[in-house]
Design a protein around this ligand. Structure first.
Ligand SMILES: NC(=O)c1ccc[n+]([C@@H]2O[C@H](COP(=O)([O-])OP(=O)(O)OC[C@H]3O[C@@H](n4cnc5c(N)ncnc54)[C@H](O)[C@@H]3O)[C@@H](O)[C@H]2O)c1
Length: 372
């Protein structure tokens, strides 16, 4: 029998009660969110000792989703009283992003105003477009890249919200300096977009060792080093990491073995990290892009070897694969992903089926595995 949540909120909150409350939670995402938030406020008022477990359980039973569950569970760390947070979250979650979030299994929209986002690969292409979109949304940015001049031009264009730090993502010390400079300038780092990436086209049998190694160094080890340098900050701010992978992490064509391996590698790395960091309040997402109209993207598909592959493909598949999405639309997809703290950002839509099928076992695992 359905009961008004308000009448149940007065109950003694222990995990059994919470479970019972969960069963009575209203089913629409927005009202569930409101219910969970009010429950969190109620727990705070009653000064419940085991608020972490109860907050988590309540939010999950109210079907709010794991990120919001974490936020509720860690209400102690919020600067304002949790009852207010509850109202604020309820309002935000009821606002629309919740529906997206519910579809994708993520919640807790991030308001970008006042947040600091560190972006690697920020001087050009998707990284630069994302920096512009984030600043337009009210965030500040730390721009990291090896292209010093382009980086400085972008810093000037986005002043005073941008700080440019020339650094190679394979260089641990340079990344540490970039993080320190970002923290000094903006007070902390809330979000990291690990986007620096390179590619080269050749059959495996003819790949130069130095080229293959460099691709793995930048794409794979560069992502690891970016995470290594920024994770303490992300933990401190209960932040969000978004790793830029590719559709080639789940479906691999010929001639890009190093790139494909690196993009599959960082997706696997990020999935592992997500499970580990949840308890620290850090969310981790992976972006799976199809072809985006940047110099890098277009150079790859226009390589004679790739042209030959596409020429042999069925027309429908070829047309879909070669349709380059606008870079600003790709950046907008990343910004939405950051706002939702999404586990997956899939863009453009023609990537969705492959990513959804490949991600299914991982999504199931993430429902089961909860590290203490
Ligand atoms: N464009 C596409 O079609 C497409 C598709 C799937 C995935 N991606 C991924 O999206 C990301 C951005 O791609 P893009 O198309 O904007 O490429 P891009 O070449 O325009 O931008 C990549 C940026 O990374 C920087 N970079 C390269 N090596 C670096 C290093 N060692 N340290 C710091 N910065 C370094 C470059 O200077 C450049 O500014 C890449 O990771 C790419 O693999 C792109």
């Amino acid at each position: 029998m359905w009961k008004r949540p308000d009448t149940l909120l007065g109950a003694t909150p222990n995990s059994v009660t919470v479970r019972r409350l969960g069963r009575h939670a209203p089913s629409s995402p927005a009202s569930s969110a409101r219910f969970g938030c009010r429950l969190a406020g109620n727990l705070h008022d009653q000064n419940v000792g085991d608020a972490v477990a109860i907050g988590q359980a309540s939010a999950e039973h109210a079907r709010i989703g794991p990120e919001a569950a974490d936020a509720l569970a860690h209400w102690r760390d919020f600067p304002t009283p949790p009852a207010d947070i509850g109202e604020e979250m309820a309002a935000t979650l009821a606002d629309g992003p919740m529906e997206h979030a519910a579809e994708n299994g993520h919640t807790m929209p991030v308001k970008l105003a006042g947040k600091c986002v560190l972006i690697t690969g920020a001087a050009d292409g998707i990284g630069a477009a994302t920096a512009r979109a984030l600043v337009a949304a009210g965030a500040s940015v730390v721009l990291v890249d090896i292209q010093r001049e382009k980086l400085q031009a972008l810093e000037g264009a986005l002043a005073p919200e941008a700080l440019a730090v020339a650094a190679d993502v394979t260089d641990t010390a340079a990344l540490a300096s970039a993080v320190a400079a970002g923290v000094e300038r903006h007070g902390g780092i809330d979000v990291v977009v690990a986007g620096a990436g390179i590619d080269a086209i050749a059959p495996v049998g003819e790949f130069e060792d130095a080229t293959f190694t460099r691709i793995i160094e930048v794409n794979m080890l560069g992502t690891w080093r970016t995470v290594h340098a920024t994770l303490p900050e992300l933990r401190r701010r209960r932040g969000y990491l978004l790793v830029i992978s590719s559709g080639s992490a789940v479906v691999q064509g010929p001639y890009e073995a190093a790139y494909n391996a690196s993009k599959a590698g960082i997706a696997a790395f990020a999935n592992t990290l997500r499970l580990e960091e949840r308890r620290h309040g850090v969310s981790v997402g992976v972006a799976y892009f199809g072809l985006v109209a940047t110099e890098h993207g277009l150079r790859s598909v226009n390589h004679p070897l790739m042209r030959d592959v596409f020429a042999r493909a069925p027309r429908l598949l070829r047309d879909a694969a070669l349709q380059a999405a606008p870079v600003d639309a790709a950046a907008a997809a990343l910004v939405r992903g950051i706002e939702r703290r999404a586990r997956r950002v899939v863009f453009p839509a023609n990537q969705r089926l492959a990513v959804a099928l490949a991600s299914l076992p991982q999504a199931l695992l993430e429902r089961i595995v909860r590290l203490g």
